[in-house]
Design a protein around this ligand. Sequence first.
Ligand SMILES: Nc1ncnc2c1ncn2[C@@H]1O[C@H](COP(=O)(O)OP(=O)(O)OP(=O)(O)O)[C@@H](O)[C@H]1O
Ligand SMILES: [Mg+2]
Length: 199
Amino acid sequence: MKTFIIGISGVTNGGKTTLAKNLQKHLPNCRVISQDDFFKPESEIEIDKNGFLQYDVLEALNMEKMMSTISCWMESPGPSLLSTDWETAEETPILIIEGFLLFNYRPLDAIWNRSYFLTIPYEECKRRRSTRVYEPPDPPGYFDGHVWPMYLKHRREIEDITWGIVYLDGTKSEGDLFSQVYEDLIHELAKQKCLQETA
Ligand SMILES: Nc1ncnc2c1ncn2[C@@H]1O[C@H](COP(=O)(O)OP(=O)(O)OP(=O)(O)O)[C@@H](O)[C@H]1O
Ligand SMILES: [Mg+2]
C-alpha cells in the first residue's frame, strides 16, 4: 500500500505539535507520532558540568522504540479494521512524525515524503518556552545554557541536507501556517498519485 510520511521538525516551541494536530484534523486517514513521547526516564539522562540535564540530544530519546512504532504503522498503515468509513479507507494513509530531532537522525533519512522545519527567533522562543511547564521544569539558565545552544548545533548539522526541507516561519499565525502546509501537502499528494498512475 502506498503511504505518505511527513516530518515536522524545528526549534522548541516553534509550533510543531500545534501544526501536526491541526493537519491531522483535516487530513483523512492520518496518524501522528510525537517524538516527545520517547524521552528516556530522568534517571537515564546525562548531566553536564553545570548540573543541567541533557534532554535536547538524541541520546535522551529512545529512538529504537520510536522506530519500532513507525515500523508498526508502516506494516499496517490503513484505518482500523473496525472502520466503516470506506471513503477514508481509500485515501493514502498519512503519517506525521513531529519532533525536535528528526532530520539529524540518519536512520530516518529515506522515509520522508515531505519535510518541514519551523523556526522562530531567539527572543520569541525564550518567551514561549517561559510560558510552558515541562516535566521536569526548566531550571534557571537552562534555556541559554542547554536548550538554545543545542538547537543551534542541530540546525547546523542539517544545513547540508539535500532532500529539500521546507523551512517555515513559526511567527506566522497558527491558521496561516496550517493553510500554507495543507496546500503544499495537497499538491504533493496529487503529485504522488500522478506518478503512481503513470508508473
Ligand atoms: N503559530 C503560532 N503563533 C503563536 N504561538 C504559537 C503558534 N503555534 C504554537 N504556538 C504556541 O507556542 C507554544 C508551543 O507550541 P507547540 O507545543 O505546538 O510547539 P512545539 O514546537 O511542539 O514545542 P515543544 O518544544 O514543547 O515540543 C504553545 O504555547 C502554543 O500555543
Ligand atoms: Mg511539541
